[in-house]
Design a protein around this ligand. Structure first.
Ligand code: F6R
Length: 246
């Protein structure tokens, strides 16, 4: 595991963008696993900037998002479809046919999940998976006590996650309680993983992820077993790990 402490959010985002850009430059038809949330926003902005200024080319790239709320249509501004199009896809030259996000309106959720995993497999597997982390240590929407062997599936969001995500909704009662998420097994099959943590609220989760036992109580701790993980931690999120890497 490679751990990079970034002095601030700007540096975290610049480094993350460079890693994604490097992946796409070296392998233009890369399969990218993408995350939403606050953390990767500036990374996406920087990738868009690289597309505009130096022609970073996404025309052959394929993307699979980690998750989507159940019950929100793509045009709902709280959906992850909307987030990805607004913050990234509409500003770059990715082929719309190569974009994959779980369908939050799927009638047959189990089937949707199975098809999502089959599509990842058919694309050759994920080359680089970008992850944020929840204050409770979740990755994707794999909440504490998840089964590590889970593939893409329907999840019930933890109260802690619902509370954290209510900042994006006018009324906290509107935060969906269920989502479709890639499972831990799906995530662990990615060839490379880039985990990003920004802000002091993530410090505890990052410490447990990197330095405590591998346990379903901290879903991200399973990443200790992955062979190619880069973790970029902004200084305040790294406050409990500074000693360990000194
Ligand atoms: C988002 C996702 C979540 C977030 C996590 C952190 O697609 O899967 O695991 O990465 O909840 O969210 P932020 O970045 O908003 O703190």
């Amino acid at each position: 595991m490679r751990i990079i402490i970034a002095k601030d959010y700007e540096e975290l985002s610049a480094r993350a963008a460079m890693i994604v850009a490097g992946q796409v430059c070296l392998k233009p038809n890369s399969v990218l696993g993408l995350a939403t949330g606050s953390t990767p926003l500036l990374m996406y902005e920087k990738l868009v900037e690289m597309h505009r200024t130096v022609g970073l080319d996404f025309s052959e790239a394929i993307s699979f998002n980690l998750d989507e709320y159940l019950g929100l249509p793509p045009e709902d501004e709280h959906s992850y479809h909307w987030y990805m199009h607004r913050n990234f896809f509409r500003h770059i030259n990715i082929n719309p046919e190569n974009i994959h996000i779980p369908d939050g309106m799927a009638k047959d959720v189990e089937r949707e999940c199975g098809e999502y995993d089959r599509a990842i497999h058919a694309a050759g597997g994920i080359d680089l998976q970008v992850l944020g982390i929840g204050t409770n240590g979740h990755i994707g929407f794999n909440e504490p006590d998840i089964k590590f062997e889970a593939t893409t599936h329907k999840v019930k969001l933890d109260q802690e996650t619902v509370t954290a995500n209510s900042r994006f909704f006018a009324d906290p009662a509107e935060v969906p309680r269920y989502a479709i998420s890639m499972g831990i097994k799906t995530i662990m099959h990615a060839k490379r993983i880039l985990l990003l943590a920004n802000g002091e609220t993530k410090a505890g989760a990052i410490y447990k992820t990197l330095y405590r036992g591998i346990t379903p109580e901290t879903p991200a701790s399973i990443l200790q077993l992955h062979q190619d993980v880069t973790v970029i931690v902004e200084e305040s999120a790294a406050k409990y790990i500074q000693k360990n890497i000194a």
